[in-house]
Design a protein around this ligand. Structure first.
Ligand code: TXE
Length: 495
């Protein structure tokens, strides 16, 4: 039997297995072999984790630490992540099949979130209120919510966790993390750094296991104040309605079917690169994937041919090899879902211009690969243009003019992101104004930053991550009235 690397949870500052005594295996998407295991926690473990987080929020060193102290801890954590970038990147590659080149870049960037929100920790200000009452002094304070549950998906475990963890801690909350059952290892490795940074026991805790069991138990737990969720829209809706029953704060970052729009006046070379990175980065497993490529009819044939040629050159292979350009799909069930959508596309009459199945190379046979796949002549009514596939499948859709491009782009239940490729400055602004999405990129794609708010319109989500305002998603306002009068007037004598 192959040796499995074992990762443990941390609850209350201690390594923690589970009360079930069972384990959950992580499979390497490139080799198809199990490589690690994490505890399969149950509801009792949820109870222990939430109690630890609640205790750390209400008593002990964390609530009495001043905001600058919280900021210092976050900045120290950023330094530790930078120090261990390679180690964490390698774990995540084995866990979810992302390219090592992408992961190294991501791990070197993640510390910026801890520095940025660490810097914000002592800039959370209340205000003195003007008053229409005499002898009263009124002011506001921004206070943390309490125990925050961070539920994260498998496609970018550490990055999407960081987007929640950094502002939640900067604001003074405590956290219970539930990573995806498919990719828990990098999160558990990060816990060692959180401890090393000096966060008090119980400020950050983890429980690993199945979403349907412990994810749901966390959302309904009475001592959980907020759920910060990234995942699919079906699960997101379930989380939202459960949270609503208990009146909890929620942020949801859900799926997308983002349009990437190329006008005839664009620099076509750049637009083609933008189309490729929009859909084939991370094998299309990103919420911002530019999965609908809208191309103006006068350049439709040229752009389609060039995108197909470029995609054909992609080198599929071992994600741990720095030269690999497209890696496997993270889970076998996701690979099956993507292949099923390719069948649907064919059945709907879309023309398959490239790919369309598993690659035939023997060295890829053990991995969960799907070839970069491009459908031409797609109509926006087809399911492959309407539903999130979350894989390397591009649908190219022709349009005549700006009005039609806007109509097609907005004809979606989602509204996460959009790309626009044009040399016309007026058109840049007109498109940016007309598109119903949380992010619009003009002549670029996939740019994200700790400084820039990120989130969805419509079914792509609620709330924003990143940017200064994101910290408000983890705060609540308290209004304090101080009576400065000499005495309290007789309540029966109305004035
Ligand atoms: O995600 P889930 P799945 C989309 C993508 C993908 C589809 C399904 O289209 O094909 O969703 O993926 C936890 N209560 N995205 O099923 O279920 C779960 O354990 C509380 C887009 O893997 O949304 C995991 O930690 N939590 C997306 C997290 O929810 C529950 C990224 C996300 O898993 C739960 C991932 C429950 N009842 C998938 N059930 C993006 N926005 O980037 C599950 N979970």
């Amino acid at each position: 039997m192959t040796h499995l690397t074992r990762f443990l949870n941390q609850i209350g500052g201690r390594p923690y297995e589970s009360t079930t005594g069972r384990w959950l295996r992580s499979t390497n998407p490139f080799t198809g072999q199990d490589w690690a295991e994490v505890p399969l926690c149950g509801k009792d473990d949820v109870e222990t984790a939430v109690e630890a987080a609640h205790l750390a929020f209400t008593r002990g060193p964390w609530p009495s630490l001043n905001p600058s102290g919280r900021g210092k801890l976050l900045r120290r954590l950023g330094d530790l992540v930078a120090r261990d970038a390679e180690k964490l990147a390698t774990i995540e590659v084995k866990d979810n099949g992302k390219l090592i080149a992408e992961m190294l870049g991501q791990l070197r960037y993640i510390p910026e979130w801890f520095y940025y929100f660490g810097g914000l920790a002592d800039k959370i200000e209340g205000g003195v209120l003007p008053s229409d009452k005499t002898d009263v002094f009124a002011f506001t304070k921004q206070e943390p919510l309490g125990v925050v549950v961070a539920i994260t998906p498998w496609n970018s475990p550490l990055l999407l966790l960081t987007w929640k963890l950094a502002p939640a801690l900067a604001a003074g909350n405590t956290v219970v993390i539930k990573p995806s059952e498919f990719t828990s290892c990098s999160t558990l490795a990060l816990m060692d750094l959180i401890k090393e940074a000096g966060f008090p026991n119980g400020v950050v805790n983890t429980v690993t296991g199945l979403g349907s069991e412990i994810g749901a138990a966390l959302v309904e737990h009475p001592k959980v104040a907020k759920v910060a969720f990234t995942g699919g829209d079906t699960t997101g809706a379930a989380v939202y309605s459960e949270a609503a029953r208990h009146i909890k704060h929620v942020t949801l970052e859900l799926g997308g079917k983002s349009p990437n729009i190329i006008f005839a006046d664009a620099k076509i070379d750049d637009a083609v690169k933008g189309a490729i990175s929009g859909i084939f980065a991370a094998s299309g497993q990103t919420c911002i994937a530019g999965s609908r490529l809208l191309v103006q009819r006068s350049v439709y044939d040229e752009v389609s041919a060039r995108v197909v040629d470029f995609a054909r050159s992609a080198r599929l292979g071992n994600p741990l090899d720095g030269a690999t350009q497209v890696g496997p799909i993270t889970t076998q069930q996701q690979q099956e879902k993507v292949l099923h959508y390719i069948d649907i596309g064919r059945g709907e009459g879309a023309r398959c211009l490239l790919g369309g199945g598993r690659p035939s190379a023997p060295e890829l046979a053990q991995g969960w690969f799907v070839e970069p796949t491009i459908f031409g002549d797609v109509s926006n009514n087809m399911r492959i243009a309407r539903e999130e596939i979350f894989g390397p499948v591009l649908s190219i859709i022709p349009f005549e003019d700006e009005v039609e491009a806007i109509a097609i782009a907005n004809d979606s239940i989602y509204g996460l992101a959009c790309g626009v490729w044009t040399s016309n400055i007026r058109r840049s602004f007109a498109m940016a104004n007309a598109i119903r999405a949380g992010t619009v990129w003009v002549n670029t794609y996939r740019a994200v930053s700790f400084m820039a708010p990120f989130g969805g319109y419509k079914k792509s989500g609620i709330g924003r991550e990143n940017g200064q305002a994101a910290i408000n998603e983890y705060l609540q306002t308290k209004c304090i009235w101080i009576n400065l009068g000499e005495s309290v007037p007789n309540p029966f004598v109305l004035r």
